[in-house]
Design a protein around this ligand. Sequence first.
Ligand SMILES: [Zn+2]
Length: 525
Amino acid sequence: MTLRVYNTLSRTKEVFEPVHPGKVGIYLCGPTVYDRAHIGHMVGPVIFDTIKRFLVHAGYDVTWVVNITDVDDKLIKRARERNVSMEEIARENTQDYLTNLKGLGVDQIDQMPRATESMGEIIRFTQALVDRGYAYAVEGDVFFDVSKAPEYGKLTNRTVDALQGEGGEAASKKHSSADFALWKSAKPGEPSWDSPWGPGRPGWHIECSAMSHHILGETFDIHGGGLDLVFPHHENEIAQSECCHGRPMARYWLHNGLLKRAAAGKVGGRAEREKKTADGESLTLEQIQQATAEKESRSAGAGGLAAMIERFGGEQIRFFLLRTHYRSTVVFSDEALTESSAALETFYRFFERYQRVTGQSFYDLPIPRTRTAGELAPGTDPLLLEVQRYRTGFLEKMDDDFNSGAAIGDLFELVRLLNKHVDKHQLEDAAQPDPTHVAALGTGARALRELAALLGLFLHPRPAAPATADAERPLVARLMELLIELRAAARQRKDFATADRIRDALGDLGITLEDRKGGTIWRQL
Ligand SMILES: [Zn+2]
């Protein structure tokens, strides 16, 4: 099995070969913390969290870095509006971001450098570009000279005259409109850091070049981000880093699709393209797309992401995001999320079944940490041969540019197979189920646990639903309990005619009853 990844730089799927054998460095552009996180912010982290899990399982020693931009025009503006310090805005929103990452099971990040804590590296990087003739200073501002970067535009197939959209006072200091700011001089009252060019703050692009270099080196393996960052952000990062070091910044550029609310208007229409900023400056198409994606994501997370996690569950949202291939647009709606959550019930039901058969929790099964450790020795056992087939299928799909959406299909197949095995050998009902079949079920369940863990799913028992007052429970649930009780009473007094009548009548309504060791459960088909 060979891992192949789609590289935006070459626009093809390439065989993955890390710079240093056995090691992988990943840099993902993180949030600008001027506001609360929304679900759109979580697409990248969930995907790269999964990518890291998959690479570790494949045997790599992985370092994953996500930066925090905690100094920026938007933060300064927000601080003014609320009459608090920029640090306070950054602190609140970083905390919110971290809480939401945790809620979605994103816990694989190794380092989260903050721009304000990386000023030394940022200033040194900027100075190096000035020294080498790639940047120039004008009255306290420093700009990157795009005309000096022969390969500029290679990520997005663009010509040098593409506008950066950077306007305001600084625009008049630039040699060319295509140049972009590395360092911005501070206006009175703005937060600032001392630099060789006077007090100021860094531009956004240079932060990522400096922080990724500091932690991962001159050339690292994977640089990730949302599709909205390809231009100008990533194009500019490449120009800065490659001009500074004279070698490629990252081998593979991976971009995740954005989240779009279902039935949202088209992006980039004529009216949108003609939009202008308040100071009359034209926006680039990318900026409009970015703003629109942001707006849609934001409205999709109405009430805050934390409220959404509370309502739907972190695992449900994570599962929903991973069902779409990471390069595609995630079309979001409450209905789609509800439907996707319902599909997860298939797994939870199986875990309950597994516990009834084996007396053990699915969540206590050990998780094989590597491919080799998880390999099965099926021999001639027909069940295990099938399990092995789905495990291989799952890993092959993930090897093909992390196609989690398709791989999830194999998880469903695996559960179907294991359920069939339980039914066929009556493992739940027999007084003394055949230990060989129970053992095979255990091996199959362990494979399911291994593969689901690669997606960061089913790692912990889901939190119990909050105890609901009886009066608030759906009427149907209460009526069903009554019918089940009446049927049990009928059976006890050997009135099988009544018991069967209840069962058959429910069957006509599409409701099945299943008698278990611990009582009867019902299901609507
Ligand atoms: Zn970045």
